[in-house]
Write a protein that binds this ligand. Sequence first.
Ligand code: FPP
Length: 263
Amino acid sequence: MLDKMKIWKSTKEPDTLDDRIRECLNYKIPNHIAIIMDGNGRWANKRAMPRIAGHHEGMKTVRPITRLCNRLGVKVLTLYAFSTENWIRPKLEVEYLMKLPEEFLGTFLPELIEENVQVQMMGDRSQIPAHTLSAVEKAVQETAHNDGLILNFALNYGSRSEIITAVKSLADEVEKGNLSANEINDTIFSSHLMTGHLEDPDLLIRTSGEIRLSNFMLWQLAYAEFWFTDVLWPDFSDAHLIEAIEAYQKRSRRFGGLQSEET
Ligand code: FPP
């Protein structure tokens, strides 16, 4: 299947950020953006501050990025907030990270409701502290009827464990005789993942100069465009998001096929 995406080819460089946002809107906006929000610790270290100060500053970045995605008509914004591997960090840092969803939602839930954002969460709920989970579940419930941007927090999320869970549930279906092994295909497999109800990401952004996936959406990112930046997450601004989208709009997505002029 060939992508119908237009190539971004403005002759005049737009001047202000607002011009760039308007220009972006003339071209294909990614339906689903996934972000690995990295570099909070380094941001804090550079300022001789404790790592948790970096996480707090990183939390503050979530608001403008969510607002801009909503304005652009992005359908899903998935944010990697805590991985299944992050539990090995110092206890105080883990405890702090588990407080951030409460702080963020405690402050911004009314605004998210007002802006028609729907909050969702993916990850293993069983290990998440009750206070964190209840803040997230409250936001999920209170925004369930919103039909604007889906703000999907990946919290205690790990892609390998997600894939193993999907494999087990498919094996169970086969064992019960509801499905034959031969019937399993991409669509059926995808539907058993935590993102079964979502389209795959079109654009993956990772901040802080690290160029790896860190167990994030390994299946779902198969055809995503990747955009890496040295900017640390607390410094990531609207202008950086627009830069990523502009780069995405210049890419030619072929999904294994040929460019349309080659057919
Ligand atoms: C990685 O940076 C970042 C995290 C493990 C946590 C990300 C969380 C946030 C940005 C806040 C989430 C906000 C909400 C609302 C849930 P790092 O600590 O690995 O940075 P480093 O590589 O510089 O040490």
